[in-house]
Design a protein around this ligand. Structure first.
Ligand SMILES: Cc1cc2nc3c(=O)[nH]c(=O)nc-3n(C[C@H](O)[C@H](O)[C@H](O)COP(=O)(O)OP(=O)(O)OC[C@H]3O[C@@H](n4cnc5c(N)ncnc54)[C@H](O)[C@@H]3O)c2cc1C
Length: 417
């Protein structure tokens, strides 16, 4: 059995390893000069390769159960076991994020490369694919500038469009279209969100714990809590990344999209109001900007006072009831309208891609027998925290096994044998 894989990223390498372990002769065709480039920049160079807390709800997909089988057949426990058994020490950090114990993403890439090497997988780089099709006799024909390759099974693992400098430039979608597959509009995800709110200029540089709520066309879509980063023209940080899927979709659909920031999530509106009123009693003659500085970052305090048109020197005792209510409201629900989002260069992943309604749970095309997909090419994207690489491992495992055996067993630990 000859299996061809287009794309030598996380999912393509995993598919290659498991197709080869199941006895296939495997060839990986990669169009850049090296495989697995993107892995090197993951997790800030440390590669957060899975997460201890993982369920299908951590993924965005139009058909939520689509990813479930693959995630069960090759779970996060399997991912840790697989890498450990390939000789890579792993460790779990804050919030259950898993990394290689070396703290280096290159360890993950090398572990995969060594597996490909010992399994005899042929890795061909600088392969510009001109055409891919299935011939009448059932073989897949892949044409590059210099050669024609023929395979019994073909796995497309070309990634999406995020970080195109690493090779995922969206050309894989064109190959999928050549096979008659529908592509849902690719959009960036796991990235920052742009706002023209004038206060951002003075808030730039603030990092604070906050609860953020996303509303689109007046409907509350998602809430996230974590460290928010404010920059002169955008909001960033993990909580923003986590809701970027829905926010970017809403902006793309031209819906009025707003992020409301609660700068004091640990304190209710009522508690904050009575705290401020207590401070009015205690510090009557002192300026409001100084006293509020005791509960809020100085720059946040300044932005709130500007927005409420309260001068910094106003004494606490001069605050009117209405002004106190405004301070409370702006602290708990500061409004940032989201007007746009950055390009794929600044995104960690892609939303959209190959329509999963046309692919079965074994990652095989429902249109073309023997054609498979794996990884970010598919219209599945995960939260920030190791979920996208886990999807690459899981879908790669399933595609690799099924392409050879026509069935997929749950991953079995090599150490249990
Ligand atoms: C900066 C950054 C940080 C990230 N950090 C994390 C993290 O810590 N944890 C996590 O889970 N996820 C992270 N991700 C996301 C994760 O890296 C991806 O979801 C994952 O690598 C997708 O794997 P893939 O194999 O589907 O695609 P890719 O890794 O993009 O690989 C696709 C491969 O196919 C090749 N290719 C594309 N088109 C063609 C073609 N036409 N012909 C031949 N070859 C082709 C590409 O050159 C590439 O080698 C991060 C992403 C970025 C950009």
């Amino acid at each position: 059995m000859e299996v061809g894989i287009i794309g030598g990223g996380a999912s393509g390498m995993t598919a290659a390893i498991f197709a080869a372990r199941n006895g296939a002769k495997v060839t990986v065709l990669e169009h850049t000069g090296r495989i697995g480039k993107k892995i090197l920049s993951t997790g800030n160079g440390k590669c957060n390769f899975t997460n201890q807390k993982l369920s299908k709800d951590d993924y965005n997909c139009d058909h939520p159960s689509f990813a479930e089988t693959a995630l069960r057949k090759f779970s996060r426990v399997a991912a840790v076991d697989f890498f450990e058994n390939c000789g890579m020490l792993t460790e779990s950090k804050r919030d259950g994020y898993y990394y290689p114990a070396t703290g280096q993403a290159s360890t993950v890439l090398n572990t995969l490369r060594y597996q490909l090497q010992i399994l005899g997988v042929k890795v061909l780089t600088d392969q510009q694919i001109e055409e891919a099709k299935k011939e009448k006799n059932g073989t897949f024909c892949v044409k590059t500038k210099d050669r024609i390759y023929r395979f019994d099974r073909l796995i497309l693992a070309c990634g999406g469009k995020a970080a195109p400098a690493t090779g995922s430039d969206g050309s894989g979608f064109r190959i999928a279209e050549q096979f008659g597959h529908k592509i849902h509009k690719p959009l960036p995800v796991l990235t920052y969100l742009k706002s023209k709110e004038p206060c951002l200029k003075e808030l730039a540089g603030v990092r604070c714990r906050a609860e953020i709520s996303l509303e689109a066309a007046g409907e509350l879509l998602q809430k996230e809590t974590g460290e928010l980063q404010l920059n002169k023209d955008n909001l960033s940080g993990i909580p923003v990344f986590q809701l970027s899927h829905k926010a970017i979709r809403a902006v793309d659909q031209k819906k009025k999209t707003v992020l409301f920031v609660d700068f004091l999530p640990q304190c209710s509106e009522k508690e904050l109001e009575s705290k401020i009123k207590k401070m009015v009693q205690m510090y009557g003659p002192l300026p409001v900007s100084e006293i509020l500085g005791g509960i809020l970052h100085k720059k946040i305090c300044g932005a709130i006072l500007h927005k409420a048109s309260i001068t910094f020197e106003t004494s606490m005792k001069k605050l009117t009831e209405k002004e106190i209510q405004q301070i409370v409201m702006l602290t708990k629900k500061f409004r940032f309208e989201i007007v746009s989002f950055p390009g794929f260069e600044a995104a960690q992943a892609t939303q959209g891609g190959v329509d999963v309604a046309e692919v079965d749970e074994n990652m095989m095309s429902r249109k073309i027998e023997g054609l498979y997909f794996a990884g970010e090419m598919l219209d599945v994207d995960g939260r920030c925290g190791g979920y996208n690489l886990q999807w690459a491992w899981s879908s790669g495992y399933v595609a690799g096994c099924h392409s050879v055996n026509g069935e997929v067993q749950c991953y079995k630990s090599a150490s249990a044998e």
